[in-house]
Write a protein that binds this ligand. Structure first.
Ligand code: ZN
Length: 476
């Protein structure tokens, strides 16, 4: 009864058990693996790479409800300090291995850095080009890229750009600071201390130049005035301010001096002769000094450098009490009258010789050809007008003559020289006589000429800066 009662149940149980046995007998173990995360990954250069790994398990083919996690072995490496494509392989299983792969790309997508150097208080003078203060460029991947930076300047900015080897580009710019911190320069023509003669017309000449604004002469303000009709010392103050507030100032002292008389009339009732000798010293100067010494007559020598071998005679002239004045260094009209600069350069050269020979500068001179010469017109228009006024500003006195011995030309004999002098001095109370000590016939006739003059009541004097100047009228 019992058996009968449970027969059905036993049959069912046996069938189930049989099925289980068959299922277990048929079951195979299978290994499965899968990536955690994506199979294609991109990593930035230099960043840490954390591999998410893979998951593997063993699973029954028929006993599918049984699963078992198993270890995964990874091969391959990612070096984020090196650009490239890396393959990571994940393997699991013992007898039957399975694997999956992951591709990891190390890339550089970060642009380089540009660092601009800013110097303290740096500025570019207006109108000038910006001078680079400095910069650096650095890339995490490529290192120092300073050499590869391209620099361009436009509209007050400097632009910098650089690309790394992966084509990542960086740009930077700086605004150029333009400023003007340099004061203008005031230039006073003929220096900051000048002498002029009472009654001379004098025009104040100056200029102001600014590195940015250019010519500012018109903006110069002056303080103080010169009264040329009154002897005295005057001060003029000059100031100028550029467009950026930089101020410059200068000062000049003007001495208005007594004017040498051009035609003084009788000096103490005596008739005066100023003998002047131009163009020397030369081979006859020594003889002339002997004659002058014999009569104790003092004369004036307007000296040149025409005969360098005789320069030592300038010292002898001064030692004998004669006045030494400058005539010219070269006596080359084309050269000295080519410009005022050329004239004064030549003058200064001769002044140096005079200082060497006599130990002091001279303050008197005579223009080659005299102040009335028209030869200079050929080289520079108006140069004599300028030079005569500049000579006053330099504190120099120039002399012409009112009696010519004629020995430069056309006279070629001593007798005529003497006659010209005799006739000339009789027409004047004060005579400034032009002679040339480089003419032998002039020197030879001097003894007789001086003797006649002394017998006839003339007095010989050397010139000084306050002597009558016998100025001609200027024609150029
Ligand atoms: Zn001369």
């Amino acid at each position: 009864m019992f058996l009968k009662k449970y027969r059905i149940l036993i049959i069912i149980l046996a069938a189930v058990a049989g099925a289980l046995v068959i299922t277990a007998a048929l079951n195979r173990w299978k290994t499965e693996i899968r990536l955690t995360g994506k199979s294609n990954v991109t990593v930035e250069y230099g960043k840490d790479y954390k591999d998410p790994g893979a998951y593997a398990e063993q699973k029954g083919t028929s006993l599918f409800f049984i699963r078992k996690k198993i270890p995964v072995k990874r091969s391959g490496k990612v070096d984020t300090k090196k650009l490239g494509r890396y393959i990571l392989t994940y393997t699991a299983g013992s007898s039957k291995k399975v694997s999956v792969k992951r591709i990891v790309k190390v890339r550089d997508t970060t642009p380089p850095k540009i660092e601009l150097i800013h110097k303290k208080d740096y500025f570019t003078p207006i109108g000038q080009k910006y001078v680079e203060e400095g910069y650096k460029a650095y890339d995490a991947c490529d290192g120092d890229l300073t050499d590869k930076v391209k620099v361009t300047e436009k509209d007050g900015y400097v632009y910098y750009s650089v690309s790394d080897n992966s084509g990542n580009r960086r740009e930077a710019r700086r605004k150029i600071v333009f400023d003007d911190r340099t004061a203008p320069v005031i230039t006073l023509s003929n220096g900051n201390e000048i002498n002029i003669r009472k009654g001379d017309s004098w025009k104040d000449k100056y200029s102001a130049e600014d590195d940015v604004d250019g010519d500012l002469t018109a903006k110069v303000k002056t303080e103080g005035k010169v009264n040329t009709s009154k002897i005295g010392t005057y001060k003029i103050k000059y100031t100028v301010i550029d467009a950026h507030g930089n101020k410059a100032s200068a000062e000049r002292t003007v001495h208005v001096l007594n004017r040498p008389m051009n035609n003084p009339g009788r000096a103490n009732g005596k008739k005066i002769i100023y003998l002047t000798f131009d163009d020397g010293p030369g081979p006859y100067t020594e003889k002339l000094l002997g004659i002058l010494k014999k009569y104790n007559v003092k004369a004036t020598f307007f000296v040149t450098h025409s005969k360098p071998d005789y320069q030592h005679m300038i010292a002898a002239e001064a030692a004998d009490g004669h006045k030494v004045g400058i005539h010219t260094y070269t006596h080359d009209y084309a050269k000295i009258y080519s410009s005022t600069e050329a004239y004064w350069n030549d003058f200064d050269e001769m002044q140096n010789v005079v200082v060497e020979e006599t130990g002091q500068k001279t303050d008197i001179f005579r223009f080659p050809g005299g102040s009335s010469n028209e030869v200079s017109m050929k080289y520079t228009r108006g140069i004599m007008t300028t030079l005569t006024s500049q000579s006053a500003e330099r504190g120099l006195t120039y002399f012409d003559w009112n009696v010519s011995s004629g020995d430069a030309a056309p006279v070629t004999d001593g007798q005529t020289v003497m006659n010209n002098i005799k006739n000339g001095v009789q027409k004047h109370d004060v005579s400034v006589v032009l002679c040339h000590d480089v003419k032998e016939f002039t020197v030879d006739i001097m003894d007789e000429t001086i003797a006649w003059c002394l017998e006839n009541g003339y007095t010989f004097l050397p010139l000084s800066s306050s002597s009558p100047t016998a100025h001609h009228s200027v024609h150029n």
